[in-house]
Design a binder for this molecule. Sequence first.
Ligand SMILES: [Zn+2]
Length: 381
Amino acid sequence: MEVLELTRSLISCPSVTPKNEGVLDLLEKELSELGFICHRYLFSDHNTPDVDNLFAKFGSGSPHLCFGGHTDVVPVGNLDSWSYNPFQPTERDGRIYGRGASDMKSAIGAFVCAAGNYIKSPDFKGSISLLITNDEEGPAINGTKKVLQKLYEDGEKIDSCIVGEPTCPNKLGEMIKIGRRGSLTSKITIIGKQGHVAYPQWTLNPINPLTKILSNICNINLDSGTNDFPPSNIEVVNVSSSDGASNVVPEIATGQLNVRYNINHNEESLTKIFDEVVKEEVGDSEYDFKIEYNNSAEPFLTEKGEFINIIKESVDEVTGLDAALTTTGGTSDARFFKDYCEVAEFGLIGETAHQVDENVKIADIESLEKIYYSIIEKYFK
Ligand SMILES: [Zn+2]
């Protein structure tokens, strides 16, 4: 199959997380025909949906280059707002429209075709694989993380990985991601005493210390960034209190924060800072409090060595641009690969990802296939 045809078939499967809807069968069939050995991994866990994953490998020598990606897509949102059916890929004015066109079914199509063409060469001695999950957009518990763990237990060694997430803001070739920030969520709960607003002497309003705590945390200057990372940033994402009425002081108030942090920090250093702020305000008071943390990603940076050079040279050669090496944006499955191998991310333009009328330029998909081919060629030289 050529790249556009494969991309179209992938988009036609309505694989909204965690539903597979035949998308992995289709990919497995295509890769098997090219000579890849395919394994499917179905993982389950408490309170999360079961997820199907695919690992396909060609060759058994080293080095081993892996492509990481996901076939699941986010929901379509308001279907009436779409110009075309999101699961009937539609070509208009040199663009292809459909859910997953940008994030990231076209990149999977491009990599499969690039790898498929490259492995025809009779003197290929390395290994090329694809690790494709159907849950990157959801909880990501039964996806890439577990497949990597299983492969590791089975003695599979991946040397380098390129994740095909859309990394370019406006033009194909503008940006390669060589690391990502960490993400820590904190939920601060203050428990006071409910009562009548007209008799504050008999109540303990938890909103008063909570607002001070949130304000103090937001005024912390964590750092001013590094050469490769923007400054760490704290945002309050939710404030709430127990249901009441306009004449009732609530018993409980909760504030939620999210920190996107660079390599100057880690989970331990950040939780220590926040714990101190909370304790300073309510530690020796009549209020009770609870602080919960969820660190969903540690920051990482891939050293600018040969692998990054190969990617940058390939991107620059095909696009004629001078790609920036950055660590901006949200988290991705690269956060799991980084524990096993060097990893970088390059893919299409992400401007319409997750939006109504998600689309990409058809010419960009073709260029991406050329870029991936060039990366593979240089990598195995
Ligand atoms: Zn994605």
